[in-house]
Design a protein around this ligand. Structure first.
Ligand SMILES: Nc1nc2c(ncn2[C@@H]2O[C@H](COP(=O)(O)OP(=O)(O)OP(=O)(O)O)[C@@H](O)[C@H]2O)c(=O)[nH]1
Ligand SMILES: [Mg+2]
Length: 374
């Protein structure tokens, strides 16, 4: 039901893991070497024009517009046109050149060209210690995504990092990627399961993920039941759900409004109920206008929540902006860096960019123009 398109190194890693877990997944990258390093994924597309764009988003965008967009679209259509794929998640690092350059544009093109699918963009935000170039790219990516009529599920590397401040990148990536893929695997499993007590079906899941704005998914294990320690009062369950939001791998929530949500309860029946008014009381706008609920019998009590239609992660972006501003200030105060070099020789000017070959579809042209003529 869900198909994953991975772009660049980070997107490719997630797609590769998803494929291992049995989710249909494909990967594309300028770097053939990165594609070769993936373990299991079968469908890999090498984009042409460069062996990697070294975090340079503009280069990725230009190469995509000039040489690759048609091939990339065809690749996705060939793999995901069948009706069994209903939701396409486009995963890419917001900080990378390839992922950050192509991700927003490809999501836009897919929304235009595969109207019968629900497109979800999954950008991966850099943790706050990463280099400035990643942070700047992430701001541009967020701007481009926010202008689209698109559901965005932003993974945030800072979330796992802040709980493991001394952990290396490999551990942070592994934990983040595994948590994401586990969640994405579990959702369609629920939609395919029967329950006498109400299910969250495929249509519900699609409706949630078709909502413009920010989305988040998280699971709360109501553990230690055998030890009699679980607090299954309404307050206890509400707390557990709110904790799962805070500890999610996705960008911190703004707690303003949430327009659509799903709550999936799995566990022994009649153990507790989820009081949705209480759960959503920490949002300024209160409960979502659309709430989809599923209840499934199982041994271990677990509540999974899917939230959608929330505002962009501006508190998180402020941290990035502050970091960039601080760096800009340092740069301004360094006089040596201001001295530009200009040759006394009359050097030949760079040749002007030739106009794009026109495509017959007007809508596609306008999307391509939008990214190239920013
Ligand atoms: N969660 C997660 N983040 C990753 C992973 N690999 C890289 N990143 C993050 O992605 C960013 C780097 O982007 P990459 O995906 O390596 O870049 P790219 O899209 O291949 O683009 P270029 O290499 O610049 O052409 C950094 O912010 C990393 O923290 C991964 O497997 N998982
Ligand atoms: Mg790369």
């Amino acid at each position: 039901m869900i198909g994953i398109v991975g772009i660049g190194a980070a997107g490719g890693n997630i797609a590769d893991l998803a494929f291992e877990y049995g989710i249909p997944a494909i990967a594309m990258n300028f770097s053939e070497r990165d594609l070769e390093s993936l373990d299991s994924i079968e469908q890999r597309l090498t984009l042409i024009g460069s062996e990697g764009v070294g975090k340079n988003r503009d280069e990725a965008i230009n190469l995509m517009v000039d040489k690759n967009w048609e091939m990339a679209l065809k690749f996705v259509k060939e793999n995901f046109s069948s009706p069994s794929t209903e939701i396409i998640m486009v995963c890419f690092s917001a900080g990378g050149g390839s992922g950050g350059g192509i991700g927003p544009m490809l999501s836009d093109l897919l929304g235009q060209e595969m109207e019968d699918k629900t497109i979800v963009a999954v950008p991966i935000l850099p943790d706050t210690t990463e280099a400035l170039v990643h942070q700047v790219n992430a701001l541009y990516v967020t701007e481009e995504l926010s202008r689209q009529d698109l559901c965005v599920l932003p993974i945030d590397n800072e979330q796992v990092k802040k709980r493991n401040p001394n952990a290396g990148k490999a551990k942070i990536f592994r934990e983040t990627n595994e948590t994401f893929v586990n969640l994405i695997t579990s959702l369609p499993e629920y939609t395919d399961r029967h329950s006498k007590h109400g299910v969250l079906d495929r249509k519900d899941l699609r409706t949630i993920f078709s909502t413009k704005g920010i989305a988040s998914v998280s699971s709360a294990n109501i553990t230690k039941l055998n030890e009699g320690q679980a607090d299954v009062s309404n307050e206890g369950i509400t707390e557990a759900i709110k904790k799962s939001w805070e500890n999610a791998i996705f960008a911190p929530l703004e707690m303003q409004t949430v327009s659509k949500a799903g709550i999936i309860y799995e566990g022994p029946l009649d153990l507790f109920t989820v009081d949705s008014a209480q759960v959503f009381s920490s949002f300024k706008g209160g409960e979502p206008t659309h709430l989809f609920e599923g209840t499934y019998e199982g041994d271990h009590a677990k509540v999974t929540t899917i939230l959608a239609g929330m505002p962009y992660y501006s508190t998180r972006l402020n941290v990035i902006e502050e970091k960039i501003e601080a760096q800009q200030k340092i740069t301004e105060e360094l006089p040596a860096l201001e001295a530009a070099y200009e040759s006394k020789l009359k050097l030949p000017k760079a040749s002007p960019k030739k106009p794009l070959a026109r495509n017959k579809k007007k809508a596609i042209n306008s999307i391509l123009d939008k990214y190239q003529n920013r």
